[in-house]
Design a protein around this ligand. Structure first.
Ligand SMILES: Nc1nc2c(c(=O)[nH]1)N[C@H]1C(S)=C(S)[C@@H](COP(=O)(O)OP(=O)(O)OC[C@H]3O[C@@H](n4cnc5c(N)ncnc54)[C@H](O)[C@@H]3O)O[C@H]1N2
Ligand code: MOO
Length: 423
């Protein structure tokens, strides 16, 4: 039997914050990011063919009617239905021919037909097109057996877009669908927000770059390639990718320089409470304003956010799964706000658990999950990792998203509905 658990709330699940000290909830963290992030103001014109993934700074409106003139929707014959009075069949004399891209050289005479091809302008005097499969053509004449409705197979001028119709609003992240509509509306270029300038600073004496020699106590750097990949979107200019050793003066100098050059500094590692965690001390020396420092979630508890110089700062934990998850939840939202995007692309939805889930009460847990199909009620079913290990990434390639396990939950039964954040 499938047990359906009632959905208690639609929040992030970090409801039991009392015993987690200064940590805030995921939703509060997102709200602070929304409140404290200014969108980039500068705009630029880009060719429409290069605009996918950019954010519209001004609405796009149709420059004229689309289609611009009445035209044929089928290959056949342009006729006037007024010529088909009484009982059929009717015979019309063919006088002329018009193909797509050509202006009709003659108007339709009474009792006549003009051969026409899909997309060609409808000749004056015609009010319908009859498909060539529905006539018998004798060379000089066409014979029709069936009546034709006025307007049949005619695409009317302006039926898709009136002049001035808003095709895409400001704040829209342009997709190929938007590009199609903007192209039909006659635009060669669109006005978009300039790309968000981002710097990535990966800290840690222990990380080594793939392809180089790795010391006895070193590990491969996961965060640099992972976050470079996540930042490789058309609305972001990844200006600088830096590595930082765990030394305060050098890190302070790096962050100081970047804080005058970019809109967003993303750091990984060095934000926990150990003596080797120098990111927050460095920011403190630079008089940074820290909005939040720690969120009641697992993985990713130390995730932090603030402002330094002219930049916003997002501090991700060093553990690679923690960095990935916090980028998914906070980093992508932050980039949306910086680039002026109006819509929220990822919406949490509810999925059904494939089997019983166990969780240690404390922080809201974002557990890796994979969608496996649908139940008999058409709801998505998720299977999930047994536990969350913030240093492990081997499951990531086969996972589809994150289950939001509320903080105070100990067990959720098979069939329970749980919030799911797709990647
Ligand atoms: N006493 C406490 N210790 C820790 C706490 C705590 O509350 N009290 N929190 C733990 C949690 S939770 C997390 S998450 C980590 C986060 O620490 P940091 O953000 O300061 O990260 P690091 O200490 O620099 O590194 C953590 C871990 O990740 C590995 N790492 C770092 N960078 C990379 C990279 N680019 N690629 C692959 N792996 C990376 C690093 O070697 C460490 O193993 O703190 C806990 N400690
Ligand atoms: O928050 Mo940490 O990512 O739990 O290990």
């Amino acid at each position: 039997m499938t047990v359906i658990q009632k959905i208690e709330n639609n929040g992030c699940g970090c409801d039991d914050l009392a015993r987690l000290g200064s940590l805030i909830s995921i939703d509060e963290g997102l709200a602070q990011i929304a409140r404290l992030t200014q969108a980039v103001r500068e705009t630029e014109l880009v060719p429409l063919s290069q605009a996918v993934g950019r954010v519209l700074a001004k609405p796009v409106r149709s420059l004229g009617m689309v289609p611009p003139f009445d035209n044929a929707a089928m290959d056949g014959y342009a006729i006037n239905t007024g010529d088909l009075s009484g009982e059929g069949p009717w015979e019309l004399s063919v006088a002329g021919r018009v193909a797509a891209g050509h202006v009709p050289s003659n108007t339709l005479k009474r009792g006549g037909a003009i051969q026409i091809f899909t997309g060609a302008p409808l000749p004056d005097g015609a009010n319908a097109v009859v498909m060539q499969e529905q006539v018998l053509c004798t060379g000089t004449h066409v014979r029709l057996h069936d009546a034709v409705k006025r307007g049949a197979h005619v695409r009317r001028a302006g039926e898709d877009m009136a002049r001035g119709k808003t095709i895409a609003p400001a704040g829209r992240l342009l997709t190929p669908r938007d590009i199609a509509a903007c192209a039909a509306a006659g635009h060669a270029e669109v006005c978009v927000t300039r790309r968000v300038r981002v710097a990535l600073v990966v800290t840690g004496d222990e990380v080594a770059q793939q392809g180089e020699a790795r010391g006895a106590a070193a590990i491969w750097d996961v965060n640099t390639p992972m976050l470079c990949a996540a930042l490789a979107t058309p609305d972001i200019e990844l200006c600088s990718v830096q590595f930082a050793f765990d030394t305060l003066p050098a890190l302070r100098a790096q962050l100081d320089a970047l804080s005058q050059q970019v809109d967003l500094i993303v750091t990984t590692g060095g934000i926990s409470v150990g003596e080797e965690d120098h990111v927050k001390p460095a920011l403190a020396e630079l008089s940074a304003k820290i909005a939040f420092s720690g969120v009641a979630l697992k993985p990713g508890k130390p995730v932090s956010f603030g402002h330094v110089g002219r930049a916003v700062w997002l501090g991700l934990p060093g553990n690679p799964l923690s960095a990935f998850v916090t980028w998914q939840i906070f980093g992508s939202a932050l980039c949306r706000f910086l680039s002026g995007q109006a819509q929220r692309p990822v919406r949490r939805r509810h999925v059904v658990l494939q089997h019983t889930l166990h969780h240690k009460p404390g922080r809201c847990e974002l557990r890796l999950a994979r969608l496996t199909g649908f139940d008999s009620a058409g709801r998505e079913i998720a299977e999930f990792a047994e536990a969350t290990h913030s240093g492990r990434v081997s499951l990531l390639p086969e996972m589809d998203g994150l289950l939001f396990i509320p903080a105070d939950t100990e067990e959720l039964p098979c069939g329970a509905l749980v919030e799911f954040h797709p990647f």
